[in-house]
Design a protein around this ligand. Structure first.
Ligand code: FPP
Length: 258
């Protein structure tokens, strides 16, 4: 599809989105970079490099329709077990992308955030990330959260440890432990839960991502490999989400007309 034609497709889809019911928080499991590379006869890392364009497109698209939080699963705890060269390449890609995109993020009102075991990242990566987070801290158009060395079980274990410590030290009464206290002790404290979770590449798994937070999220699985993911796919996901009835355990009659 040519550029002009693509723009028409994007705009037509966008026009159908109800601005009143855009999910405030969209989370994405970006998958399929390796398969994309293989299909194109390239090394896996080329798939990751091409995935950066999809990150940019998705961020711009999300911002345009008024999404306030975009959370991307960029590197899981389990990803450390990949071949050393691929891990190094991913970390380099992250640092280089952050450095080259920082001005653009800032100009577009993006606040950068990161969740995960950030201590385990290489020093250069931590430093670049910390600087980008610091520079964009006052932006409020959209919050882009990168999940890095993240896994939901790691996060849940830490939450339990924190609350247990507070109970032991007399700061929290056991009876006071509720949903809100659990949420406040997760890495996503202060963010609304994602209403929409997207996974690309045809896999239909959650893979240890935001397990507590997606309790009521609508799931949208796309066969598109992440490096091919574009604004139109995000818009299709949002349109599909808007066509669904979210009941939160209630009956159709109780939640009323969609
Ligand atoms: C999954 O594809 C993708 C990743 C593990 C990495 C995602 C990272 C990027 C798109 C670059 C991120 C850059 C920024 C700045 C956030 P896979 O390798 O698991 O693919 P496969 O399942 O086909 O092997």
């Amino acid at each position: 599809m040519g550029n002009a034609q693509q723009q028409t497709t994007d705009e037509a889809l966008r026009a159908r989105i109800d601005p009143e019911r855009v999910p405030a928080h969209v989370a994405i499991i970006m998958d399929g970079n390796g398969r994309w590379a293989k299909r194109h006869g390239e090394m896996r890392v080329v798939g990751h490099t091409n995935g950066v364009r999809s990150v940019r497109e998705t961020l711009v698209g999300a911002t345009e329709i008024g999404v306030k939080y975009l959370t991307l699963y960029a590197f899981s705890t389990e990803n450390w077990n990949r071949p050393r060269a691929e891990v190094d390449a991913l970390m380099d890609l992250l640092v280089n992308t952050l450095m080259s995109e920082l001005d653009s993020l800032h100009e577009n009102g993006v606040r950068l955030n990161a969740i995960g075991d950030l201590e385990s990242l290489p020093g250069s990566c931590r430093a670049t990330l910390a600087e980008a987070i610091r520079q964009t801290a006052h932006n409020d158009r959209i919050t882009l959260t990168l999940a890095l060395s993240y896994s939901a079980r790691w996060e849940l274990v830490n939450m339990v440890k924190r609350i247990a410590t507070d109970v032991r030290d007399g700061r929290v009464d056991v009876e006071a432990i509720d949903d809100a206290l659990v949420s406040a002790n997760l890495t996503t404290a202060g963010m609304p839960d994602p209403e929409l979770l997207i996974r690309t590449s045809g896999e239909q798994r959650i893979s240890n991502f935001l397990l507590w937070q997606i309790a009521y999220a609508e799931l949208w699985f796309s066969p598109v490999l992440w490096p091919d993911f574009r604004r139109e796919h995000l818009y299709q996901a949002v349109l599909d989400y808007q066509g669904r009835e979210r009941r939160f355990g209630l009956t159709s009659e109780q939640v009323g007309p969609a």
